[in-house]
Design a protein. Sequence first.
Length: 307
Amino acid sequence: MSEHSIREKLLAMTQSPSESVWSERLALSIAHEVRRHRLRLGLSAQQLSDRCAEHGMGIQRSVLANLESGRRATVTVAELLVLAAALEVPPAQLAFPAGYREEVELLPGVEENPLDAIEWFSGSRDIRGDSIPPGESPIASLRYHQRLVEQLRRTVERRERIRSEYVRSKLWEEERKERRQEVLRSLEAVTTVIHDHREKWRDVRLADREPPSPEVTEAKTEQAKLSEELATLDQSLNATRYLHDQLGYHESILEDRARRLAKIRKDMREAGYVTPELRDDVAGLVRELPYQAGFDFFEEDELGETE
């Protein structure tokens, strides 16, 4: 059956909203997408059949031909999954072809945007289109858990970079402070020379006519150099203080996210969900945090033994 014929059959079937006809429409829609992606990959029906077998479940070429022609009006969940793997697309893309349709029939007589349908299918939203809060479904809880773990890792990486920069900056802080005091004393001295010259020539016009002495010229040059050095030293010392503040900020972020991770793991256990095993690096970084009081949500075997 040609693509045009499949479209015509789909259109004719939309005239009846019955459950049985809807299931056939859904199967025919999936068949249409199977054909689309098979042709996109340049595969024959036999090659697609072979690919399905490589993924652990063979689907005969004749079955694929009947499916694409519309003679077969059913697609099992297992077939949907193995066909999606063979065609290198997500299963939801075959069921709800986002990018190829403006609307799909999510349920009998219920039209939806394909992306909204996929979000419901994948557990991101409920049937009303509302977001599902963590703790109200296993999928939402696991996704939230995964985000927290990734946020913890990224925050730790940023904290370590900042800590390394802060340690390097701190090594020179006392020397810079001492040098700053020296610069201030020198500035005071050269400023006094310039000031005394101006006091000597109170009349500005006379002072302007009087050629500056070599001592004053040298003092002004030194004053400019010292002022520039002072600005550089202040910038460096301010950078050290900023790094210190950033280090404290990232520590507080780590604490907050670690507590959130502990809380969602507790909620998941109480709901009867399986909590993901914490990788050694995550368990290790939580163990090393300096605020253990808030981690009573973790079971003893989840963090391992502290040294």
